[in-house]
Design a protein. Sequence first.
Length: 409
Amino acid sequence: MIADFAIHDPHPPGHNPHAHVMLTMRAMDEHGKWLPKSRKVYDLDENGERIKLPSGRWKSHKEDTVDWNDQKYCEIWRHEWEVIQNRYLEANDRPERVDLRSYARQGLDIVPTVHEGTAVRQMEKRGIQTNIGNLNRDIRAANRLMKSIRQLIQNLKGWITELGEKRKELLAQKAAEEATLLPNLLMKYMEIRKEERKDWTRAGQNRGTSQDLKAVSEALSYLRQKGLSTVEDLEVFLESSGKSAADYRNQMKPKETRSKVIDGILASRTDCQECKPVYEKYQKIFFKKTKEKFKQEHPEVARYEKAAAYLAKHPDDKDSTQKELQEEQETLLEEIAALKTPLTEVQEDLKKLRDIRYWVRKATPGTEESKEPPKKQPIKEVLQDKTDEKKAQRTAPEQTKHKQQDMEL
């Protein structure tokens, strides 16, 4: 077998590097001579006799002489390519790993995007939004949102486990109550922050205390609103949030998949319509070599065949009009957007809990955050505060003098 490959890095460099690998389907003998790619096999009737066609020819079909075109080899070759890439990534101490399985086969909760093609990319590049482009943007946004939620939940669960271990240590010190009540820990955080700012300017201390008070007050209000007062409450809330996020995402995925199918059907119908005249000419060509040459010179033939094959995979939509499909897709996109709203709310909840987690860890002895050195006041802020103090000192005598004059009057 011969492999011909080309590595492309289209302009601008780095935005879509890819490679094309083309393999021969024709075998070669030990002397370097090409062997037949296929052979003719005559079809037989129930009596084992050849079947004669109205044209006078015998009915036959083509069989490949080698099985290199079998899809099973694609899986084997893809896996070997995956192994080679990962071997070099590991040898160069890179953290990335390649997995050529689909997201579904990997068990990942990620919806793949739709293949855009050259025409769609060119339109998007010119600033023209397309249905496929918009759908891909929605899919990427939903995937990012779900990834963020999963990461937040994972981090928060890890913190709860760690906090539980610290509480066991505190039980020996009879501080279990303080270790479970979130409001107590948040108030302790404020005291720690106030102590850390003792070397700051007075104005800086006041500003910091004011900011902490505002943030902690909002956090306490949020915890009351959600009915969260202990670490155990928080753990239950996280489990519920994770389940809600997964439920919303599971409702979105089939809608996104169906929307992708509709895009494929509409695009395939357009391709069939545009390429049909050329394909009909191709079908009328009798001689094999002439036919193959025509196909190579007219990419419309391959476009038509690909589009027709896609439509054949979706026979249930054969009688659906373009208007019906577009209306269905609009409804799907509205439903996806409606489901994304509560998913975004879950993400916002988890972001607030991430801040609360840091403050609680800061107030819990033995955690990494509790060992952090006090933050220094920014130099720019110190200089500004000192300038303001000097200005206040200069204006103070004048204000006293004016006050005395007013009293004499």
